[in-house]
Write a protein that binds this ligand. Structure first.
Ligand code: ZN
Length: 203
């Protein structure tokens, strides 16, 4: 199983990063070892002093596909979930500046939080899913997939030009504004529509 992540897919987040709107989806990968096992706390790794949360809508690929046409992309996923793309922002900034790959800052152990998945049929429209993240009970990120620059079907089609998608692969579709750092003893709760699907303690 592989995890494909999309960076800078919401205008308001691009602004807060002082970045520019990408002309094509920006892709990076997380290894399967980045998935935090269920019920485990997230432990801040020793190589960073600035871990950021990024709440994102996830899709799970249901069959093999390559060069998928955008029109057919919807046939390649049935399930929607919620995730946190933990990012060592200080390390990422350093790597970006040096022109180096981001993987250490984005793919470290425990950096991928993955909620249970729900049939896409439970949502009225995959391009209008509301989601949010609260830190210690206070809402910090609120998003809707309607604000994505590149929509889910575009992402599936685009990604499949470079990587054969396989059953069980997960796509993190990007984060809206409001990213911020976590400290020991913080609690993060993630909501897909009004359902709490992520509840995670920081250690
Ligand atoms: Zn992200």
């Amino acid at each position: 199983m592989k995890i494909i992540c999309i960076g800078q897919n919401y205008e308001d987040h691009i602004k807060e990063l002082n970045s520019n709107r990408p002309e094509e989806p920006l892709i990076f990968l997380k290894p399967d070892s980045s998935v935090l096992p269920k019920k485990n706390p997230f432990i801040i790794p020793p190589f960073t002093n600035d871990v950021h949360y990024e709440i994102e809508v996830l899709i799970k690929i249901n069959k093999v596909g390559k060069f998928i046409g955008q029109k057919f992309a919807h046939k390649y996923y049935d399930d929607i979930g919620l995730g946190i793309d933990f990012t060592a922002r200080d390390l990422q900034t350093k790597l970006k500046k040096a022109g180096h790959p981001w993987e250490k800052a984005k793919g470290f152990d425990g950096s991928a939080i993955i909620s249970p998945f729900f049939s896409k049929k439970t949502f009225t429209d995959v391009n209008e899913i509301n989601f949010s993240l609260a830190k210690n009970g206070k809402l910090v990120q609120v998003g809707s997939t309607k604000d994505m620059i590149f929509k889910i079907d575009e992402l599936v089609a685009y990604v499949s030009q470079f990587f054969t998608l396989k059953k069980g692969d997960i796509i993190f579709t990007g984060t809206p504004a409001g990213v911020g750092s976590v400290d020991k003893n913080d609690v993060l709760t993630g909501f897909l529509e009004d359902k709490k699907v992520i509840d995670i303690k920081i250690k």
